[in-house]
Design a protein around this ligand. Structure first.
Ligand SMILES: Nc1nc2c(ncn2[C@@H]2O[C@H](COP(=O)(O)OP(=O)(O)OP(=O)(O)O)[C@@H](O)[C@H]2O)c(=O)[nH]1
Ligand SMILES: [Mg+2]
Length: 316
């Protein structure tokens, strides 16, 4: 896998996706070999041209001799055709290229959160020597925002005339975008959309040394504007290299999620069977409030002696 063998990468990903103990063990073992990849999040409404753009960017990276990983986060079921099949066809030209690894990930069935599952897969690709990892996500929901937080740079793809634009700008997209792309610039309304985004951006305050997300026009199908997009991504990479805030935030999010899950599992194992359900019943019956209930459960599980759980911040 470390040598980039595609079958080994696929097997490692399956272990991790199945949430098997072997998968967790693998991630632990791999972590020390990661940290070199640059994670590029590409998000936007359905059909905006994300896959076509990722395909173009992949070609670009390959021209520079960089190994590439692609994770397409598919909100539909793992086995439905749809988007996954479309992506396979679109990315098909890379099928014979051992320097490109493409994986579709279904968002269903990820108890630990889509963002964590995505960063786990990215970790594997990172360890396998992929220098650029593209993560394609559809939409602008919380999952996309979380995934964007785990990427090193986030490209937000918008399309003219979809009516989505204003909504997208409202949905917190302004905060997560490092680069704006108005794709399908061959269609009417592209300039107006650029102006809308620029007007929104004008309302934001930027510090002198702060990155100001560029607003680029592309036609993914012909490749127009793609060199500029690639330029912005690599420029951002250099800009970001001066501070590792984003990466730190990613590790923080990972740690929090892992701890929450571990704690919940520990609770379920330690308490008598059905105890959590009984407590829920007591809350529903008005016998206790959820805050006191959580506190009480924590006392029983984390510090059975009941000594220091009152205020987790205090030192004995
Ligand atoms: N006219 C025009 N069509 C485009 C452009 N970019 C992509 N398309 C077409 O738009 C359709 C959707 O492109 P995709 O790349 O699959 O879009 P996507 O955002 O990945 O779609 P989902 O993953 O299904 O959300 C395809 O038929 C593309 O050929 C563009 O710049 N101009
Ligand atoms: Mg797609």
């Amino acid at each position: 896998m470390l040598a980039g063998d595609p079958r080994a990468i696929a097997r490692a990903m399956s272990l991790v996706e199945d949430e098997s103990p072997a998968g967790a063990e693998l991630l632990r073992a791999l972590f020390g070999r990661t940290g070199r990849a640059f994670l590029v999040g590409v998000t936007g409404p359905p059909g905006a041209g994300k896959s076509t753009l990722v395909d173009r960017l992949t070609r670009r990276a390959r021209e520079e001799g960089k190994a590439v990983g692609v994770i397409a986060v598919d909100p539909t079921s793992p086995f439905s055709g749809g988007a996954v099949l479309g992506d396979r066809v679109r990315m098909g030209r890379h099928a014979s290229d051992a320097g490109v690894f493409i994986r579709s990930m279904a968002t269903r069935g990820h108890l630990g959160g889509v963002a964590r599952a995505t960063s786990d897969l990215a970790l594997i690709l990172d360890a396998a020597g992929k220098e650029f990892i593209f993560i394609e996500t559809v939409g602008v929901g919380q999952d996309e925002v979380d995934i964007a937080r785990t990427a090193d740079v986030t490209v937000v793809v918008l399309v003219p005339g979809s009516g989505d634009e204003v909504q997208a700008l409202k949905a917190g997209i302004m905060e997560i975008a490092d680069v704006f792309v108005v794709n399908q610039a061959d269609r009417e309304g592209a300039d107006r959309l650029v102006q809308t985004v620029a007007a929104n951006q004008a309302l934001q305050a930027y510090a002198p040394d702060q990155w100001r997300p560029p607003i680029l026009k592309t036609v993914a199908t012909t490749g127009e504007g793609v060199p500029e997009l690639w330029g912005s991504i690599t420029q951002y990479r250099m800009h970001a290299a001066s501070g590792d805030g984003r990466r730190r935030a990613r590790y923080e999010q990972q740690l929090h999620e892992l701890l929450s899950r571990a704690l919940l599992t520990h609770l379920e194992r330690t308490l008598p069977p059905g105890e959590l359900a009984r407590v829920v019943g007591r809350i529903a019956a008005g016998a206790i409030d959820p805050y006191s209930a959580a506190h009480e459960l924590m006392q029983r599980v984390v510090a059975p002696s009941g000594s220091r759980t009152q205020d987790p911040g205090s030192r004995p």
